[in-house]
Structure formats: C-alpha cells, structure tokens
Design a protein around this ligand. Structure first.
Ligand SMILES: *Cc1c(COP(=O)(O)O)cnc(C)c1O
Length: 383
C-alpha cells in the first residue's frame, strides 16, 4: 500500500462552497456575472477594509496584466520587479510590450530590497528612462516593507503594483496586504490560501477605477445596443460559479490562516535545536504572515546536508516539498534583462525549501513529515 501524497498546499473546502455553487445553477447565473460575483467582491472589500474596491477576475495573472494597463504601462516602458517571485509577477510586463528590470531581495523578508530598489531607480533615470511602475511581492505570505517601499514610490513618483497573490490575510502594521499598492492583486488559484479553483482579484482605490477594470475585463463594450468598442478589451471576468466557491472560502479564511500558522509553529518547534536550519519568520511585530507556505534554509557547512537531500528524502515518502522561487534574473526567458542588487535571492534559491503547509494537514501527516526530517538531520548530527 502506497501512502497518500502530502502536498505543499492543496484546496481545503469549508463546507458552504457547494451551497453557493448550487444557487448559481438554481438561478441560472452560470455566467461571468451574477450574485456570487457581487457577493464575493463585497466579502473581500469588507475583509480588506482601507476603502478598497475589488474586481474579481479569472486569475491573479490577468489582474496583474490589467493593473499594468491601468497604470498606463505600454510598449518600450520599463517596469521594476522583485526578482525572487513566481514568473506570473513578471510575465504581464511582457504582455504589454514593456521590459522588466529585476531587483534583489533583502535577507529578512525575502522581498524587494529597498536599497537595491532605490539604486535601480536612480540608475535607470540616469540612463534616461524613468521606470513606469514597481511590482513588489509578499512572498509566501510575508509582507514586504510597505512603508519604505511607499516612501521610495512617493519620492520618485512611481506607482506600486502590489502582488499580494500569496498574502491574503497577512498584515503589515495592522493593515491588510493587498491594500498597500496604488493597485493590488490577489490570487485564488488551487494552491493558494483560499481558492476558487482558478481566479484572482484586482484591488483599487476608488469606484471609477474598479468600473474601468470591470469594463476592460468584459471586452470593453461601449454603451450601445450593438457591439461598439473604443478600446481593446479582455475576457478576464470571474465566473459566477467560481465566485460561489470564493464566498464559501471567505467564511473559513481566518480559520485556515490559523491552521497554516499552526503548521509554521510545528516547523519552528521541530527545527529549534537543529543548528544551520532556519525557519522563515516575521522579522518583528510589525509583520503578520498568513504563512501560506512555511519555508526553511539549510546551511550545508553547519548541517552537512543540502536542501536537495531533504527534498529527495521527502519525495521518497510521497511528500511534496519545493525549492524556493528561482529568481527571474536567472530564468532563461528573462535572459539579458537588467538586474540590481547582490546575491541574496540567488543564495536563498540555493539553500531554501518550501515545506508542506496546507491548512488541511493532520497529525498523521505531521508524523510522516517529522519522520523524514528526523532521519535526515539525525544522520547529519551523528556524523
Ligand atoms: C500565484 C501567483 C500569481 C498568479 O496568480 P494566478 O491566479 O495563478 O494567475 C502571481 N504572483 C504570485 C507571487 C503568485 O504566487
């Protein structure tokens, strides 16, 4: 008998999702509009506060694409982007014909380094091109230093597109992630903190901008009885069926965050006495992470082990783990793009591993995870 797979992060239904989905079928709102779409947007606005106006879309990637369009980014422009992230943070820069300029991470939050960001801005301006936007990401649910990034954004008058795909429910100085940027985005992909099977949202500062985002996401139809278009449109709206899943998920979001944080606590306790293994944690009380994924770095000189040793040991026991995001400036697809900073993101990629973090993991799963870690690191200690 082979053991069930333990995933990094898998969908975790709360129970009422199907009720909302059934309502969509019962009322025949099987379309990219309807009561669940409006209801889910209302739930998110209530949750995020900060006078946010939310439009739900077909993915986080489409939200980033629309975000760049709303910020006026176009062909030949430059956009600064955190290098260490998922490729979906950077790909939309290419969709609009602009060029990414990548910036290194800082060691404590693993997110965009304010010093390297400022260095990049100054150098690009000196070269004659002021960047049009800054894409900052809250990796694995850890907030970036929103106050410092905002200062830099204000100083140089460059808007921030906040990629909060992994950070719904995280806060910085008490304010919810997703509400810091000039525009924010969320993702509800299958592996995220809550899911609509696939989906995303754009978070805007006023109703006019939200209306504009919804207009663009529904094929940019002008007000006319026939199909009339003055702008290029997109088919990016969320389905009312998927939004029903989202409404059910919102009911259990905070509970699922506390379960993710419990997984993080489990790893903190486990690795407490293993020198050379560091669990990624909040730098201080200003930061509150949803701990979407728990992650560690493994120092080879101290432990005699690499993150690959642990990853392969997990794999053997049908447990998923994964190296940290490979920085974008190291990716073949972005070869030749400008890069500012040192080797923080590169060394994180070399030594870092994401561990099973789902809110649906149980004691039997934790027992299996413990066994693997114990085997790998006990051996390291005895040699
Ligand atoms: C998941 C993710 C996205 C993309 O969201 P999708 O809904 O999958 O399109 C963008 N940025 C980051 C950092 C992500 O983790």
């Amino acid at each position: 008998m082979s053991l069930d797979k333990i995933w990094l992060s898998s969908p975790h239904m709360g129970g009422n999702e199907q009720k909302y989905v059934n309502e969509a079928f019962d009322t025949n709102w099987v379309a990219p509009l309807g009561p669940n779409v409006n209801g889910f947007e209302g739930d998110l606005e209530t949750y995020l506060l900060s006078n946010s106006h939310v439009g739900v879309l077909s993915s986080g990637t489409s939200a980033l694409h629309l975000g760049l369009i709303l910020l006026g980014v176009g062909y030949g422009d430059e956009v600064i982007c955190q290098s260490m992230t998922f490729s979906a943070s950077a790909n939309p820069i290419k969709y609009v014909g602009a060029n990414p300029v990548f910036v290194d991470s800082e060691p404590d939050t693993w997110n965009i380094c304010p010093d390297s960001l400022e260095e990049a801005i100054k150098d690009r301006i000196k070269r004659g091109k002021k960047p049009k936007a800054i894409i900052a990401v809250h990796l694995y649910g850890m907030p970036y230093k929103a106050d410092r990034i905002k200062q830099i954004s204000d100083l140089y008058d460059i808007p921030v597109l906040e990629d909060s795909a992994e950070a719904l429910g995280s806060t910085f100085k008490g304010q919810k992630c997703g509400t810091f940027g000039d525009i924010g985005i969320l993702s509800f992909n299958g592996n995220k903190i809550i899911t609509t099977s696939g989906g995303g949202a754009i978070v805007l500062k006023n109703k006019e901008l939200k209306d504009k985002a919804v207009f663009l996401s529904t094929q940019a139809r002008d007000a006319a009885p026939h199909y009339q278009h003055s702008e290029v449109g997109y088919n990016y709206r969320m389905s009312n069926v998927c939004a029903g899943i989202g409404r059910g998920q919102m009911e259990v979001l905070d509970e699922h965050i506390s379960l993710r944080r419990r997984m993080n606590h489990f790893y903190n306790t486990l690795f407490e006495n293993i020198k050379g293994v560091n669990v990624f944690k909040e730098p201080n009380g200003d930061f509150y992470s949803n701990h979407w994924l728990s992650a560690i770095t493994v120092d080879f000189t101290t432990t005699g082990k690499t993150r690959e040793d642990l990853r392969l040991a997990f794999e053997e026991k049908n447990i998923e783990s994964r190296p940290l995001w490979k920085p974008m400036h190291m990716q073949p697809v972005f070869k030749g793009c400008s890069y500012y900073g040192g080797n923080v993101s590169e060394s994180l990629f070399e030594s870092g591993l994401c561990l099973p973090s789902g809110s649906n993991l149980e004691d039997v799963d934790r027992e299996r995870i413990f066994e693997v870690i114990n085997t790998v690191f006990d051996l390291a200690i005895s040699t």
